[in-house]
Design a protein around this ligand. Structure first.
Ligand code: HEM
Length: 251
């Protein structure tokens, strides 16, 4: 009899012990794929952000163009302050029309497994303020006429500058006299609206968007002849991604 009791007690002890090990295993810190070894962590640096607002001072009713790039490994970027939400690791975005006077702060935060980096720029909006020119005009020699592009509006881009932004995540295009940051627009609006995972394709990035808007460029096997509002740059979801003006003559 005492032998039976001894066996039963030892079985209970064994079972309790095994459960304890299993529970400890469940709650132990996970060693998932995203965790880095000490050596990997030591070699991985926090991303380095370059971020600017152009112009930094504008008149009420005007807009400024925010441009940024991030060096190093980037897992994700987000905006805080006067712009919010997910951002690409390279891009440009308009502040949209700044109707009220004040100082507006735009923060960009990018992170990877080593940590977070943050850069902040401010745009001062003042009634009657005159925006400084974006590109200093070279002193003209007597008799040489000074050439202005985009009728003097800033920021002004030519075909070469737009064509340089021709890949997914770094995708610009122009429609009429406007340059649009397609990467930002794609992530913030177009994906959800169209169900197309990306319009950052050849025929869109670095080129004339009239083709895609008119339905002659395909993405994921689809084409779309867009609304007249979109074709004429009046679609409100597009306007906040205007980053400047386009002038075909600008070198
Ligand atoms: C690459 C080819 C593209 C395709 C296949 C495409 C396709 C689509 C589709 C399927 C919709 C949803 C229509 C609906 O059901 O309401 C849409 C909407 C929209 N897309 Fe695109 N798109 C393309 C490129 C672009 C580009 C480059 C822009 C902007 C510059 C743009 C701007 C818009 C806008 C503003 C809307 C909403 C209003 C409208 O229908 O015009 N799309 N697009």
């Amino acid at each position: 009899m005492w032998l039976k009791k001894l066996v039963a007690v030892s079985m209970i002890i064994t079972l309790v012990g095994m459960n304890g090990i299993a529970i400890a295993g469940i709650f132990a810190p996970s060693k998932s794929g995203r965790e880095l070894s000490a050596t990997q962590q030591a070699s991985l640096a926090i991303p380095v952000i370059t971020f600017s607002a152009q112009p930094q001072q504008v008149a009420t009713g005007s807009f400024s163009s925010l441009t940024w790039s991030v060096e190093g490994t980037v897992d994700s970027c987000r905006g805080e302050g006067s712009w919010e939400g997910q951002k690409t690791a390279f891009g440009s975005q308009s502040t949209g029309r700044l109707a009220k006077e004040g100082i507006f702060t735009y923060a960009l935060i990018c992170k990877n497994a080593a940590g977070e980096a943050k850069q902040t720029v401010t745009v001062t909006v003042k009634t009657g303020a005159v925006s400084p020119p974006t590109t200093p005009t070279a002193p003209s020699s007597p008799g040489t006429p000074t050439v202005t592009y985009c009728n003097g509006a800033s920021s002004c881009y030519g075909p070469r500058e737009v064509a340089a932004h021709n890949s997914s995540g770094n995708c610009w295009g122009y429609n009429g006299n406007r340059v649009i940051n397609i990467s930002g627009f794609d992530a913030a609006f177009h994906r959800a609206k169209s169900g197309i995972s990306s319009i950052e394709v050849g025929g869109v990035c670095g080129t004339n968007l009239a083709n895609a808007l008119g339905g002659s460029v395909g993405a994921e096997g689809q084409t779309r002849n867009h609304s007249n509002a979109s074709k004429s740059n009046a679609e409100r979801n597009m306007t906040s991604f205007f980053i400047g003006y386009y002038d075909a003559k600008k070198p």
